[in-house]
Design a protein around this ligand. Structure first.
Ligand SMILES: *[C@@H]1O[C@H](CO)[C@@H](O)[C@H](O)[C@H]1NC(C)=O
Ligand SMILES: *[C@@H]1O[C@H](CO)[C@@H](O)[C@H](O)[C@H]1NC(C)=O
Length: 411
């Protein structure tokens, strides 16, 4: 009796020790080959499921090597405990065939709390897919995103690289309290609809120390986003950092609380912009602040565009945007503009912008001190502090045509 009790106790203690030491799960022990040929998706998902069900915090390791991931990875929670995926030194590759990945995403995280994703290169191999993209004509693009983070909360995404995504690189939907840091995004300037990071209906997302070189917006922020802090981003090539477009659909949720700070933009088509569609249903975008941004040869460095219409058929003059823009500041925005109009504040005729502040602006055009650049305004009277070069709202408004062909970014 005594012997069996102590054996039982021994086993029980042993079990406890085993539990607290729940070691990392190497995807190779689940059948991943890492030979750059075999599809390792199933093995990675098996490792995730086991880690997610683990009674202790658990790590999935994707060791150095090249992994073909030829079908979508769906990594869902809720997990029993914090979970980590470490792909340091590994490269994951999507099939280059544009139809190789069915569905909206290649690597998809869903409903997970306290997740850490670190290291690794995620290569969407989009070169063939970009040639098939006809969103400029149809306004639609069915290619998969490299990453989807849906309902990812209190999590960290750090030190990863997203390359040559077929469509957007990263989409954040319904995320909360999540931090993205030291992430690198790379695709050629001419790759279509390869937005770096798109954020929608997300409350609480911090993005810092990232480098984004891509063919569309570096960061775009859709409706229903609040408490978004974006700091120390290097953007370019790309289309810049953008809030919107807003007001395309009925019942969009407001934007409230976007803080963009300490960024550098190089050679981007646009700088910092807020865009809303003419003839839109009512909406609201407030409390948006841009601070300390260096511009190098950037088109429209400061732009509020409530006449955003990349397609034909909008009539902003007779049918203006109903999205209310208020409480916006641009402070410490310096450098060079590649367009004569360095500041454009084109607000809605029906609902003029309110509380727009410009402070310490110094933007040159063609290297000319002040005189070269101009500033144009409609339906707004900005408050100014410090030096504003070019002088705020001094020039008449010239007709302005947006480059066409942006795919719907709210999907
Ligand atoms: C995000 O950044 C803001 C401002 O720096 C900070 O107050 C907040 O705590 C940060 N959130 C997270 C989840 O780290
Ligand atoms: C205004 O624009 C909206 C959206 O484009 C459209 O549905 C509506 O018919 C337009 N109204 C007028 C009076 O042109």
């Amino acid at each position: 009796m005594a012997a069996s009790t102590s054996i039982g106790l021994f086993l029980f203690v042993g079990f406890l020790v085993a539990r607290t030491k729940a070691g990392p799960i190497d995807v190779k022990t689940k059948g991943a080959k890492g030979d750059g040929v075999a599809n390792d998706a199933e093995a990675i998902m098996t490792a995730w499921k086991e880690a997610c069900d683990s009674p202790n915090p658990c790590q999935v390791v994707i060791p150095p090597g090249t992994y073909m991931v030829s079908s979508p990875l769906t990594l869902s929670g809720p997990c029993k405990n914090p979970i980590e995926i470490n792909a340091n030194g590994a490269t994951l590759k999507a099939p280059s065939d544009p139809t190789g990945i069915k569905g909206p995403g290649w690597i998809m995280f869903k409903n997970v709390d306290k997740m850490t994703l670190s290291g690794g290169i995620f290569d969407g191999q989009g070169q063939e897919a970009w040639k098939t993209n006809n969103a400029a004509k149809t306004g639609k693009c069915d290619l998969p995103y490299n990453f989807r983070f849906d309902m990812v909360k209190a999590s960290f995404i750090r030190g990863i690289t997203s390359m040559n995504s077929k469509h957007f690189h990263m989409n954040f939907l319904g995320c909360d309290g999540t931090t993205v840091e030291k992430v690198t995004i790379e695709a050629p300037a001419e790759s279509l609809n390869t937005d770096g990071m798109h954020i929608g209906r997300t409350n609480g997302l911090n993005i810092t120390d990232c480098t984004i070189k891509t063919g569309d917006d570096c960061v775009s922020i859709g409706d229903g986003s609040s408490n978004i802090h974006i700091e120390k981003i290097k953007c370019g090539p790309g289309h810049g950092i953008s809030i919107g477009s807003l007001g395309k659909y009925p019942d969009e949720a407001p934007i409230d609380g976007i803080f963009i700070k300490g960024c550098t933009m190089t050679g981007t088509d646009n700088g910092l912009r807020i865009k809303t569609w003419p003839g839109s249903p009512p909406g609201k975008a407030v409390n948006m602040h841009f601070d300390d941004v260096q511009m190098e040869n950037v088109g429209n460095p400061i732009l509020i565009d409530q006449e955003y219409c990349p397609y034909v058929g909008c009539k902003p003059e007779t049918n203006s945007s109903k999205v209310k823009i208020a409480d916006v500041s641009f402070k410490g925005i310096r450098g060079t503009s590649s367009t004569k109009a360095a500041i454009r504040l084109l607000c809605s005729k029906d609902i003029p912008c309110e509380k727009v502040e410009l402070a310490d602006i110094d933007l040159k055009y063609e290297g000319k001190e002040g005189a070269g650049a101009i500033s144009e305004c409609k339906n707004v009277k900005p408050m100014t502090t410090g030096k504003i070069i070019p002088e705020a709202c001094a020039a008449p408004v010239e007709p302005f045509k947006e480059k066409g062909g942006e795919a719907d970014s709210s999907s």
